[in-house]
Design a protein. Structure first.
Lengths: 139, 384
């Protein structure tokens, strides 16, 4: 399943989350981290939902993670209505957060929970790219 | 202050329709309101508290006008998806017990069949930009939970399928159920995969319709003719992605369950019948674990030997549940309450009536498995 076949619906970019989306546009995974408790926050916010501190700092994450769970969706909705099947997943980033994503450039039948993956960025219009993942070791 | 036993459900009505193309949602709200009031031996003029999910029109106001509720002193349009109605009964019990209202009406009415479901959320919902672009679907989220549950605990697709088979066994006795045909585990497993490991038959039905219940004080209940059902315990809790550290193998029932049992001063072992929210088969299995009917991770083994069927260790969803009977407007909580009321009144279908049913649990799950509300009610047979 290659990434080129998947829809890339442009996300709504707002000032609060623009640093994250600017990162994706430049091919970098940029995440917010609390300046007080160092918690790595997901989804991106400009305050810390763990300790209530404001502001946060934005840092470049490794882009490495592992599969927490995945499913092959065979009945998409909305922008995915005409996509025969795709892999919806939660990936656990090396920095802690578990993020919703798609796994691409893979054979879905060979995917395994715990398998290492790395970030890829799929262009989604002028202001964002979608954060997706592919297996670290191609099969 | 414990609310246990101070209030009772005195009227309940499930709309008999499942496919209602000629009705408006408001009409369904009114039909079920009148049905539940008639069941209680009360009239519109008696209602002074009104509860609905606020999705139709201007919160509770539009429907109060449409139904003809003219003496409202208290309203609540809490929206927590399919668990809304269990929250409403709890909130109504609090309002009645504290004197804010005397006769509380809770209604659900929905018209969804044949209508393409639009986006679940407005695009400015904070999580939307980080999930919707990836093709997130409700079944996809539950599939992710099922997959992880299988990975951590060895749960199997066959065990999940028994949840559907048990519901279908019960549904054959319910003439109003959308799906009445018994279904085998093998038939579930051979139905098309929608999102691995969930098959089409692991999913609930989509229906029109709804239901209503009436909550009042247990003193008022004692003066009414019909057998009432005491509200012994109520609790609700919200669980979400926890700033990105989500764990999809459990629900907020790990919090709502113990709190409701504590308020009711009973334990899971005391429960004679349980209505467990069944948007998908995995929802039931995880909820049974979280409520303490079995150990975490043992849900598969618990359901596999027929425990959920009438005559089993814990009869569940004897109306056929959302999996076969009714899941109006993608929200099954109201129907969960109503079947528990039937069981406690001794008015379930004879083939599925639990003998000497004195204590029941009704549980609702609203939202997806990554962010949801769990609401638990403990109900007891009241005065005839």
């Amino acid at each position: 399943m290659s990434g080129a076949q998947l829809p890339v619906p442009p996300p709504l970019v707002i000032p609060e989350t623009k640093p994250f989306w600017d990162g994706t546009k430049a091919g970098r995974l940029v995440l917010p981290r609390c300046l007080r408790c160092s918690f790595v926050i997901w989804y991106p916010r400009q305050f810390c939902p763990e300790c209530g501190h404001t502001p946060v700092e934005w840092f470049e994450a490794s882009g490495h993670g592992s599969i927490y769970s995945f499913t092959i969706v065979r009945r998409g909705e909305g922008a995915y209505r005409d996509t025969p099947q795709y892999v919806l997943a939660f990936v656990e980033l090396q920095e802690g957060p578990r993020v919703m994503t798609n796994l691409i450039d893979c054979n879905p039948a060979q995917l395994r929970i715990g398998e290492p993956v790395r970030a890829v960025f799929c262009d989604a219009g002028d202001s964002a790219a979608l954060l997706r993942f592919r297996p670290l070791i191609p099969r | 202050m414990s609310l246990s036993g101070k209030t009772s459900i005195v009227g309940a009505y499930e709309h008999p329709g499942r496919d209602l193309p000629d009705r408006s949602a408001a009409q369904i709200h009114a039909e079920v309101a009148l049905g539940a009031l008639a069941d209680a031996g009360l009239g519109l003029q008696d209602v002074d508290g009104y509860f609905c999910n606020g999705q139709l029109g201007f919160g509770a106001i539009s429907l109060a006008e449409y139904i003809g509720l003219k003496h409202l002193r208290y309203t609540d349009s809490t929206f927590t998806g399919g668990s809304s109605y269990l929250c409403h009964v709890g909130h109504a019990a609090i309002a009645v017990a504290s004197g804010k209202c005397r006769i509380a009406l809770v209604t659900q009415g929905a018209r969804v069949r044949g209508i393409v479901r639009g986006p679940k959320l407005p695009s400015d919902t904070p999580e939307y930009a980080f999930e919707a672009p990836y093709g997130e679907t409700n079944i996809g989220i539950y599939a992710l939970a099922a997959q992880r549950h299988m990975h951590e605990y060895g749960t199997t697709a066959r065990q999940l399928a028994e949840v559907k088979a048990a519901a279908a066994y019960h549904a054959q006795f319910n003439p109003n159920a959308l799906l009445r045909k018994p279904v085998t585990v093998e038939e579930v497993l051979s139905s098309p995969l929608v999102a691995d490991p969930l098959h089409r038959l692991d999913c609930c039905v989509i229906t029109d319709g709804g239901g209503a219940v009436i909550v009042t004080s247990s003193e008022v209940a004692a003066d009414l003719k019909r057998r009432s059902v005491k509200v012994l315990g109520h609790a609700e809790a919200i669980k979400h992605t926890m700033s990105g550290r989500l764990d999809v193998t459990y629900t907020a029932a790990v919090w709502s369950g113990p709190a409701a049992f504590e308020e009711a001063s009973v334990t899971p072992a005391d429960i004679d019948y349980a209505s467990i929210y069944d948007s998908f088969t995995i929802t039931v299995l995880m909820t049974l674990e979280d409520l303490g009917f079995c150990k975490k991770g043992q849900g598969g083994a618990f359901v596999a030997d027929g425990a959920l069927r009438i005559g089993g260790r814990l009869p569940v969803n004897t109306d056929g549940g959302g999996l076969c009977n009714n899941h109006p407007g993608y929200q099954g909580g109201m129907i969960k309450i109503i079947e528990a009321v039937r069981q406690l009144r001794g008015e379930a279908r004879p083939e599925v009536q639990v003998k000497n049913c004195e204590l029941a649990l009704a549980h609702g799950t609203g939202g997806g498995i990554s962010r949801l509300c769990s609401a638990t009610l403990i109900l007891a047979r009241g005065d005839a």
